[in-house]
Design a protein around this ligand. Sequence first.
Ligand SMILES: [Zn+2]
Length: 254
Amino acid sequence: MLEIQRIPLFRDNYAYLLTDPADGTVAVVDPGTEGPVIDVVEAGGGRLDQVLLTHHHADHIGGVAALKERYGARVVGPESDRGRMSGLDQGVSDGDSVAIGTATARVIATPGHTSGHIAYWVPDADAVFCGDTLFSLGCGRVFEGTYEEMWESLMALRALPDATQVYCGHEYTEANGRFALSVDPDNDALKAEIAQDRALRARGDATVPCPLGVEKRTNPFLRADDPHFAAALGLAGKSAAEVFAVLRQRKDTF
Ligand SMILES: [Zn+2]
């Protein structure tokens, strides 16, 4: 079973260090900068075999060159973004598998935040590394794709088992919770989740990862196809993608 360690970067980014105790393989997901990652790698014995990237944004790839240079790590990322990610050794696409030691990550295409965005699902570890597509109680901004694409991407993640832990790219949960409550004020599961997240933050703890099963009940962006929710938003009869688009646009200016 992979060991997963959260590495805070910048103000609210998370990179993740994955260690396979069976063979010692060490990988990092989305190293936006190298300093804190090097500290954790050195504390663990100074080995870094792989870098896994979800998308091309600088706050997710900024540490790649330095880590590759220092450790000779092999860099895996979206093939379709090869032109805007330097140092990519292995380009991957939807449905591909990536070995992380004795574990296997499956690549899920999640376009929308960026056109080439991918997630890594590791069933053996009940974990999905989803970058800036799905956040706890929220989702990423739609910068490059269409709302329809982003909704389909979120559906691909929602299809994973409830026990899957969502390892997302940012600690945005509190702000997301405020928006979620504004559009879904009667959702008791959401209120309970917000209270729990506030308690975690009050003692300086992270709210990430979070179980996907909780997100399915609380995250408004995963519930755009719920006709009761759409009706409550005044959007009865609209398609799920249309409801999603309205929610995402409201969040952009919230
Ligand atoms: Zn991003």
